[in-house]
Design a protein around this ligand. Structure first.
Ligand SMILES: *Cc1c(COP(=O)(O)O)cnc(C)c1O
Length: 350
């Protein structure tokens, strides 16, 4: 199935003539670079005086190898947040278009909508935190440009049913953004392979979680050549700085280490879940395909304050729709988790 993606793009973006940087315009071999007003002497701290590769090809080739996707189908953003913002700016006309999000979910989809003056329709997940496909399709109108699906979902932890996502990919007449920030911890398959079947699909991943590179700000997105082309036109010319490119590339040589961490996190997640379920104040622990657990307790605020006093920070999600009295707890190292359990034992004894 192919949908005409270009017809969904904002008029001004469709006709945009992008900025052409010095690094873009000259592609040949040269020994003297006098084209970009860079400092010819160097930098005080290493080789940072030249502008970085605007399209981060080395990093993309390495990601392509690991993910089994052509490098041309990859876009790298300054964190996933940049990818989310770009999707809005490419497809949504401010104060005219709208998008659909499915709370409880990642807050940036909505905030980015408000920043871009795009209306955000909220179709809540079902009681068991699954997509409400019928309501989503009913809520979509001719100005609904984007549908954000987070799977595994933050903060609930569970994956969305594959059949539901596939149905939405077929029936939703707009761009479907699937955020797979936690896919490395999941039993479910990535939707990257579905890019060949759905031209309206954008898959987001990140190096911030399983890869341990949150500080470098490397968000990844996989999409059709048409969509990647739009991203490249709209992004700031040098959106990924040189040190992030270099360090990201270096980190990607360590697949085995990362895979070991993932296995450990999954094992620790299941251990922590079982331990938590033994406490009288824990009502429920949602099944998780991610590196955190959503824990429903008798009094989330009280537990949150208790943990904070013991210098343990978790995320209080109890104000989120469908998350009353829920704390989101990241799975730590075995030692972190044991300390948490010890401190929770004391809380239970009170
Ligand atoms: C952590 C997280 C991200 C990652 O964001 P970055 O900007 O790449 O660090 C993206 N989506 C969700 C749902 C997340 O929880």
């Amino acid at each position: 199935m192919t949908k005409n993606i270009l017809s969904m793009v904002r008029e001004n973006i469709r006709s945009l003539k992008p900025y052409s940087s010095a690094r873009h315009e000259f592609k040949g071999k040269a020994s003297i670079f006098l084209d970009a007003n860079e400092n010819p002497f160097g930098s005080p701290i290493g080789e940072f005086n030249r502008y970085p590769d605007p399209l981060q090809w080395q990093l993309k080739f390495e990601l392509a190898r690991i993910k089994g996707v052509p490098a041309e189908n990859i876009f790298i953003g300054n964190g996933s947040d940049e990818v989310i913002d770009l999707v809005y700016r490419i497809f949504c006309d401010p104060s005219k278009d709208n998008v659909i999000v499915c709370p409880p979910t990642y807050g940036m989809y909505e905030v980015s909508g408000h920043i871009n003056d795009v209306a955000v329709k909220k179709i809540k997940l079902t009681k068991d935190y699954q997509l409400n496909t019928a309501q989503i399709l009913e809520a979509a109108d001719e100005n609904t440009k984007l549908l954000f699906i987070c799977s595994p979902n933050n903060p609930t932890g569970n994956s969305m049913k594959r059949a539901d996502i596939l149905e939405l990919l077929q029936k939703f007449n707009g761009i479907v953004v699937i955020d797979e920030a936690y896919i490395n911890y999941s039993q479910e398959k990535t939707f990257i392979a579905e890019l060949l079947n759905f031209s309206n699909l954008i898959v987001m991943q990140t190096l911030s979680k399983a890869w341990g590179l949150a500080a470098l700000r490397l968000g990844i997105c996989f999409a059709s050549l048409d969509i990647i082309d739009l991203f490249n036109k709209v992004k700031p010319p040098y959106n990924i700085n040189q040190s992030s490119q270099e360090l990201g590339l270096k980190a990607l040589q360590n697949v085995n280490l990362v895979n070991d961490w993932i296995k450990t996190s999954i094992r620790e997640r299941e251990l922590l879940k079982n331990e938590l379920l033994r406490f009288s104040f824990v009502v429920r622990v949602n099944e998780s395909d991610a590196n955190f657990l959503l824990v429903k307790c008798e009094d989330a605020d009280s537990l949150y304050n208790y943990l904070t006093a013991q210098e343990i920070v978790v995320r209080n999600r109890s104000k989120e729709p469908g998350c009353e009295n829920c704390l989101r707890i990241t799975v730590g190292t075995a030692e972190d988790n044991q300390t948490l359990i010890k401190i929770l034992n004391q809380y239970d004894g009170k």
